[in-house]
Design a protein around this ligand. Sequence first.
Ligand code: HEC
Length: 180
Amino acid sequence: MKSLLLLAMFAGASLFANSGEEVFKVKCAMCHKVVDMKERQAKMQALPPKERKEAMMKFVATLKAPPINKVSARVKHFYPKKADFVAFVKEYITHPNPKKALCMPMALKKFGTMPPIGVSMSKEQKEAVAEWMYDNFHQKWTEMKACAAGKGGMKCGAGKCGGMGKKPAMKCGAGKCGLK
Ligand code: HEC
């Protein structure tokens, strides 16, 4: 009876740790927050233009990595199909490399390259978290790209992006912001 109970607990625990959200909480959330971009933009818009930049810088200073919903939108932009998305995330978190990164160079510069957290994870955990990222965040990168702060809420569709940095007018070459 006791062993059965133990077994049940064990099974329960491993199931728990394998759900994408759980994996995220344990392995990723200490760096990647979920940040409601629309809410952030609304907050920024509510400030007088002069204060926006500083408020944004302060906010960014609290982050250790790009928000996970932003990362998800970014990766989805390049890998719209779930299988490709999952494959990219699994591979990147195991072998992070600025050359492979889809993130804005600004993010890499500011935060540095992420640690190879995936080496401490099972294949199932990596898959679960990647699928969770894909399934849970639906905002499009093109929507997010509308830079809020710094430029007074200017939309950045016209080849400009990166409202978070000191130089908001970074060019987005070939769809990859700032890479070229
Ligand atoms: C110690 C902090 C840290 C942890 C933990 C962490 N990351 Fe990251 N992650 C970063 C930073 C910093 C970046 C931006 C620089 C880069 O791309 O490497 C990043 C970028 C990414 C990217 C974008 C890669 C690209 O194309 O640029 C993905 C995807 C990602 N993380 C997924 C994850 C997942 C999934 C987990 C948990 C399993 C995780 N990260 C855990 C810090 C972290």
